[in-house]
Design a protein around this ligand. Structure first.
Ligand SMILES: [Cu+2]
Length: 120
């Protein structure tokens, strides 16, 4: 009985160590205004990430995200002024293009780049 309890404790300790070794979730905040995006950081590490679109503007905006050379486009719904949306993505190494897909906002300047690479 005593041995079983010790073994269970050891198993728990091991699980805690294993989860602590997971890489931290990357976060990047994208601020939207008329008519540009401003990123909290230009370069992030690959892996699971939250890309947070915050609308500090006066019109609704959204965010589209595509890795150059990749086929998949991730995106947020329309975000109202004063609101935000946390987009969960898995970032691969490369360069991503970010843009707003509403009306002609992209042509007006709502476009940015995000570089994904392992920290040096
Ligand atoms: Cu927009």
């Amino acid at each position: 009985m005593r041995f079983a309890a010790a073994a269970a404790f050891a198993a728990c300790a091991f699980a805690a160590t294993a989860s602590a070794a997971l890489p931290p979730l990357t976060r990047v905040q994208v601020t939207a205004k008329e008519f540009y995006f401003s990123l909290s950081r230009q370069t992030v590490a690959p892996g699971p990430a939250i890309v947070e679109l915050v609308n500090f503007g006066e019109d609704p905006h959204d965010l589209r995200l595509q890795r150059i050379g990749g086929a998949h486009i991730a995106g947020t719904p329309e975000v109202e002024p004063g609101d935000y949306y946390d987009l969960k993505v898995t970032l691969l190494p490369g360069t991503y293009t970010l843009w707003c897909s509403i009306a002609n906002h992209r042509a007006l300047g709502m476009q940015a780049m995000l570089i994904v690479r392992k920290p040096a």
